[in-house]
Design a protein around this ligand. Structure first.
Ligand SMILES: [Fe+2]
Ligand SMILES: [Fe+2]
Length: 234
């Protein structure tokens, strides 16, 4: 497992050390220099060796400043997406230590019991595309992997060609779901495997269709234009 979100820069500039428990990075920014937007897939501790005033821009557009003099440290949980700019007049130099926690690795913690989800009682979440809904059954934030039920009303589908950032697997539970370019039609009992990076689509539900959809990593290299909500592409 490599803990990189390919859509962004690495979390630090130089990796100094890695073992199965931690990863240590160096960040060095001259005044005015910026470290590009990155996605923290692991919880981390930043320890400033040299530094002063920094600014961060977050994924949701928020701007925050942080005063990080020598010896300053901060711990953050996984999940944040931001950049980092040195807005002070001293060099910023830090160590960033990432922790490969069992949770971030997708391993349930010891008091997590097995889980049973009755999908008959589950809630469908409507996606941006009309006629398309999803019920998320399992996900791993660290890798982007997921398992969902997806439902397409007759006539709905994915409007254009696209590729996925990981392997995709579908098992058809009901209906008829067509991949127009290849002519494949998934029917109940059919299993479909679409390798990472393969261009496919558009798709169309020839009948009301329900599919179990599995990705072994992030769904898309970037958010497709037909989705407005970030959750639709994850
Ligand atoms: Fe960061
Ligand atoms: Fe697709």
């Amino acid at each position: 497992m490599d803990y990189y979100d390919e859509r962004y820069a690495p979390v630090g500039q130089t990796m100094l050390f890695e073992n199965e428990r931690i990863r240590i990075w160096e960040i060095l920014l001259e005044p005015g220099e910026r470290h590009p937007t990155h996605h923290h897939l692991l919880p981390y501790l930043v320890l400033a060796v040299e530094g002063d005033q920094n600014k961060m821009e977050w994924e949701d557009g928020r701007l925050t400043t942080s005063y990080e003099p020598p010896g300053f440290f901060i711990y953050r949980e996984a999940g944040s997406v931001h950049d980092l700019t040195n807005v002070g007049n001293k060099r910023y130099w830090s160590r960033l230590i990432e922790f490969k926690t069992p949770d971030a690795m997708g391993i349930p913690d010891s008091d997590h019991k097995e889980l049973l989800i009755d999908t008959n009682q589950g809630e469908w979440r409507a996606k941006t595309l009309p006629g398309l809904a999803e019920m998320r059954l399992w996900g791993n934030q660290a890798t982007g992997a997921s398992i969902s039920l997806v439902k397409f009303d007759k006539g709905s589908g994915i409007p254009d060609q696209h590729r996925h950032a990981s392997n995709q697997f579908m098992y058809c539970l009901a209906g008829q779901y067509e991949y127009s370019q290849s002519g494949m039609i998934l029917r109940p009992g059919n299993f479909y495997w679409n390798p990472k990076g393969n261009v496919h689509g558009p798709t169309k539900a020839l009948q009301d269709s329900v599919l179990l959809e599995i990705y072994d990593g992030p769904h898309y290299p970037e958010k497709p234009s037909w989705y407005k909500d970030d959750r639709d592409a994850k």
